[in-house]
Design a protein around this ligand. Structure first.
Ligand code: TRP
Length: 336
C-alpha cells in the first residue's frame, strides 16, 4: 500500500497592527488561502511582536480581533489548520527566551530591521525590539516548519532562525527542522498608488496611497482615479511606467489576465477608463470579503471559539518541541 507523504508544514504570521491593505491581501493573504489545502499551514497573529512598539490597550485589543475576523473573511479556514494569537500559546514566549541564550548580541545587532526601527523609534529602543528575531525564530521552529513565506523585509530574520536551528541541532542532536524560504508561485508586489516606486503601506501618511481591504467602494474608486500614472496615456507595460505597471499588476492578480491581454483590452482607451475598470475589479473582489467581515465581527462568540481552538491545537503541537528542547538542555522534568 502506498503511504501518503505527509504535507509540508508552512508557518506564517503577521502583526495585527491596524489596517490590512490591498497589498497585504493580493501579496500575501490570498496565497495563504490557496496554500491551505496543499500544506499543513500554521498561521498566527504575531501580537507579542506588536508590543515592541507601544500600543494603546483598547485599540490593540480591537485591532487584534478585527485582524482575526478579517483573515477569516478573506478565506482562512480555522477548521483546516490552526489559526491563533501568538500571545495565547505560551510556548512561544518560553522558547523565545531559550533561543535568546543561543543567539549572539552581534547577530541581533546586524539585523537591518532593528537598525531601521531603532532609528524610527529612538525614544523606545527596548530589548524586545532587539530580540524580536529570536521570538520569530521560536514561532517558526516550534512547529518544525519546513517552509516560511517571506518578503524581502523578513529574509534576514529567517536566515537567523536557520542559523539558530542549526546551532542548536549541532550542540545537542537534531531537534529542529531547518526552515527554507518559500517563494509563492503567484503573489503580486503592490506599490503605493501615489508613489509607485514604494511598497503599498498602511503606515503611509497619505491615505490615498493605499487601499484598505475594508475601504468603501466610493473611496476605492476615488483613490484609483487619483492614482499616479504618466503622461503617455497608453496602457502598456514598460519598466519606467511604474504607476501603470502597478495598476496592471493589481488588475492582473484579480482577473488572471496577462499584461498582453490587458493591453488589448484597453487599446485606444485612456487612463481614465482603465483606472475605473481596475477600481471596479477591486471593488468586486473585496465585496464578498467585506460582507463576510461584517457578519463575523458582530459574532464575537464565534471568533472567540475559533481562536481558542486554534490556540489549543497550536499548543498541543508546539509543546512537544518545547519539551524536547528543555530536556536536551538539562532542565529537570516537570512532575505536574
Ligand atoms: N515579523 C513579521 C512581520 O512583522 C511577523 C512574524 C512574526 C513572522 N513571526 C513570524 C513572519 C514568523 C514569519 C514567520 O511581518
Amino acid at each position: 500500500m502506498e503511504t501518503a507523504t505527509p504535507k509540508k508544514v508552512i508557518f506564517s504570521a503577521v502583526q495585527p497592527s491596524g489596517t490590512i491593505t490591498l497589498g497585504n491581501y493580493l501579496g500575501a493573504i490570498k496565497n495563504w488561502v490557496t496554500m491551505q489545502d496543499d500544506y499543513r499551514c500554521i498561521f498566527a497573529l504575531a501580537d507579542l511582536h506588536t508590543i515592541t512598539v507601544r500600543q494603546d490597550p483598547a485599540a490593540f485589543r480591537r485591532h487584534s480581533l478585527e485582524a482575526y475576523a478579517l483573515f477569516l473573511a478573506c478565506g482562512i479556514d480555522p477548521k483546516k489548520n490552526p489559526f491563533f494569537l501568538q500571545s495565547q500559546v505560551h510556548t512561544h514566549a518560553e522558547l523565545a527566551w531559550i533561543l535568546n541564550c543561543y543567539t549572539q548580541f552581534g547577530e541581533l545587532s546586524r539585523m537591518t530591521q532593528f537598525k531601521d526601527k531603532s532609528a524610527k523609534h529612538a525614544d523606545n529602543i527596548n530589548a524586545g525590539l532587539f530580540t524580536y528575531p529570536s521570538l520569530m525564530a521560536a514561532d517558526i521552529l516550534l512547529y518544525q516548519s519546513d517552509l516560511v513565506p517571506v518578503g524581502a523585509d523578513q529574509k534576514q530574520h529567517l536566515e537567523l532562525a536557520r542559523n539558530i536551528a542549526e546551532r542548536f541541532n549541532g550542540a545537542y542532536s537534531p531537534t529542529f527542522t531547518v526552515p527554507e524560504p518559500y517563494i509563492p508561485k503567484v503573489g503580486a508586489k503592490i506599490m503605493s498608488l501615489q508613489e509607485p516606486t514604494r511598497k503599498m503601506s498602511k503606515s503611509d501618511e497619505n491615505a490615498n496611497s493605499y487601499i484598505a481591504v475594508l475601504d468603501k467602494p466610493d473611496d476605492i474608486l476615488r483613490k484609483f482615479k487619483r492614482a499616479i500614472t504618466d503622461s503617455e496615456a497608453r496602457v502598456h507595460f514598460a519598466p519606467e511606467k511604474e504607476g501603470v505597471n502597478n495598476l496592471m499588476g493589481i488588475y492582473s492578480s484579480i482577473t488572471g489576465l496577462t499584461n498582453e491581454q490587458i493591453e488589448v483590452e484597453f487599446e485606444g482607451k485612456g487612463y481614465g477608463d482603465f483606472k475605473v475598470r481596475v477600481a471596479e475589479a477591486v471593488i468586486e473582489e473585496l465585496r464578498p470579503v467585506q460582507e463576510r467581515y461584517s457578519q463575523l465581527i458582530s459574532d464575537k462568540e464565534y471568533l472567540e471559539q475559533c481562536y481558542t481552538e486554534g490556540a489549543q491545537q497550536a499548543l498541543s503541537i508546539s509543546i512537544r518541541t518545547l519539551n524536547k528542547v528543555m530536556k536536551k538542555i538539562g532542565f529537570l522534568p516537570k512532575k505536574f
